[in-house]
Write a protein that binds this ligand. Structure first.
Ligand code: SF4
Ligand code: SF4
Length: 536
């Protein structure tokens, strides 16, 4: 976490960062140098640009400091000093470039003072340097205790508390979507339903392994989970009782194709506060291209009335739509507005960048078209946020949530690290997408977690083992990307998703712009809409 200096937000307008006379930022030796005469001997201390990304938004300048995953506003002098430290005193590199401070070497402190003395007094220059150092945008050399050490790789402390289990309650599906990663719902294994005993063991496993976590999450997944509704009803009741005994709370969510929704099912979901995410790709024209029954018939006409009833009757939780973007489907805005007009509270998009059958992956050109649409939706998002209104574009809400929390990630997601998938027979997997894959099994809810395998995974999957990401400015936000996607594309889950880095960097840059614009003008938006929300 990078709540710099203990302040509540991960964003500090630099001009307000250090009140006059702030102490403890420089060691005594450094204070002496900042107060020293301008022209110092050539072997005097020097300054080095850290890993940063500079950007401008809404007429102001900002810096994103990579190692602390934090955004700071820059005043003119600080911005100019950062530029001065670049090779050739150049402007920042485009967002698509991974290495933003490439080639920047040490610049003598005396040269910085000399360069800016004509426009600013020494006190101002010293103050700007102190502030830039305090936010870690620059480093000093030549001062006692200032040597830069490469951070040591740290694995999460074991045992890591279990927060979420994704249950494959139905290893079967009534649809036959052509792009399905789960081979039309059965992951290429015999079709079967999870049994009650396995589901109960899953609840017991989650509660027993959640350490001091008071809130844990059970996700009903498949295949199509509503094909095993009876089990879901029983496990919800059991989890309620078991968690009460353990002094914990279980939150339930479900991902469904909506074909099995009835009035009775919807009332059950609402009464039990089960969060629902519906897989639907947009209007009939797009949805029915690939979301079909096994006989090839489109699913839209069947699910639409059921979804409308869900949106009308499910009163206790927001309902989200999840649209998969595959080759040939880039009409993001059209799909977004269609789904929002239906009444979904949030709409999120999953662009497919890798596919076992490569036909379904978006081409590079299509991915950029998608980004342009994301940019337009993000602009609307910011406009609404400045009026203190929410806007249901969940991709941006999720990214803003991450940026605001300021978590510096060494792993891309919670897979194997608080989140596990549970197969229909109770086997534990890295995440739900690896269900039924023996190579990614990590024990079972009956026998317990295979800790040796988990430790091996965490060690190998650590960001420090992804050389491709070593100098990338988004590495602590992206951390190499989804393991499943990497496994599909490169045959190894430990590989970085190097096939669309420029896109990822541009998307995160877009998020930084939105974050800065909202934070600058309406910081209250975050506690009201983002902190309470969690990821959808
Ligand atoms: S996979 Fe992510 S972190 Fe790694 S280089 Fe690409 S964009 Fe950067
Ligand atoms: S590995 Fe991929 S699919 Fe699995 S939890 Fe992580 S991001 Fe999601």
């Amino acid at each position: 976490m990078s709540h710099a200096h203990g302040l509540p937000h991960n964003f500090l307008p630099l001009s307000h960062l250090l009140p006059a006379g702030a102490a403890g930022i420089f060691s005594p030796a450094m204070e002496a140098v900042v107060e020293a005469p301008l022209c110092v001997p050539p072997d005097e201390p020097a300054v080095l640009l850290s890993d940063i990304r500079e950007f401008a938004a809404g007429g102001s300048s900002y810096v994103f400091v990579v190692d602390v995953t934090a955004v700071f506003a820059l005043d003119g002098l600080s911005r100019d000093i950062l530029h001065y430290l670049r090779p050739g005193k150049s402007a920042p590199a485009p967002a698509t470039e991974g290495r933003q401070a490439a080639g920047a070497g040490y610049v003598l402190l005396k040269d910085i003072f000399c360069a800016f003395e004509g426009t600013h007094d020494r006190q101002q220059i010293g103050e700007a340097l102190r502030e830039l150092r305090s936010i870690r945008a620059i480093r000093f050399s030549g001062f006692p205790g200032e040597e830069w050490k490469t951070p040591q790789r740290q694995l999460p402390p074991a045992p890591f508390p279990q927060r979420s289990l994704v249950l494959n309650v139905a290893n079967d599906c009534n649809l036959g979507c052509s792009y399905c990663f789960a081979a039309q719902g059965d992951y290429g294994t015999p079709k079967r339903m999870m049994q009650e005993e396995t589901a109960r063991s899953s609840v017991d496993f989650l509660l027993a392994n959640s350490a001091d976590q008071k809130n844990v999450t059970l996700v009903f997944f498949g295949g199509e989970p509503l094909m095993n509704l009876g089990l879901i009803r029983r496990v919800v009741a059991y989890a309620g009782e078991a968690s009460a005994k353990a002094g914990k709370h279980v939150d339930f969510t479900m991902t469904t194709n909506a074909t099995g929704l009835t009035t009775e099912v919807i009332d059950f979901l609402s009464e039990n506060r089960i969060g629902v995410s519906v897989s639907i790709d947009g209007p009939k024209e797009y949805n029915d291209l690939r979301r079909t029954y096994k006989n090839g018939m489109g699913s839209y006409d069947h699910v639409r009335p059921r979804i409308l009833e869900l949106l009308h009757r499910h009163k206790t939780r927001p309902v989200a739509a999840r649209a998969t973007l595959t080759h040939g489907i880039t009409a993001v805005e059209e799909c977004f507005w269609h789904l929002l007009d239906m009444g979904f509270h949030e709409v999120g998009f999953a662009p497919v960048t890798s596919s076992a059958q490569e036909d379904f992956a978006l081409t590079s050109e299509e991915l950029w078209t998608v980004l342009e649409a994301f940019r337009k939706l993000s602009d609307i998002y910011v406009e609404r946020a400045l009026k203190n209104e929410s806007f249901g574009f969940s991709n941006l809400s999720n990214l803003l949530g991450e940026l605001h929390t300021g978590i510096s990630k060494n792993y891309p997601c919670g897979a194997g690290l608080g989140l596990l998938g549970v197969g229909a027979d109770g086997d534990l997997y890295l995440c739900h997408r690896f269900s039924e894959s023996p190579a990614h099994r990590m024990g079972s809810v009956q026998e317990g977690l295979d800790v040796a395998r988990q430790t091996d995974f965490l060690s190998r999957a650590h960001l420090s083992n992804k050389p491709h990401c070593g100098t990338c400015w988004v590495r602590h936000v992206c951390a190499g990307g989804c393991y499943h996607e990497a496994n599909t594309h490169y045959g190894s889950l430990y590989h970085a998703n190097a096939h669309y880095c420029e896109w990822i960097r541009s998307w995160i840059d877009l998020g930084l712009h939105a974050y800065a614009r909202i934070m600058e003008s309406n910081p209250d938006f975050f506690p009201q809409f983002i902190e309470k929300r969690g990821a959808v």
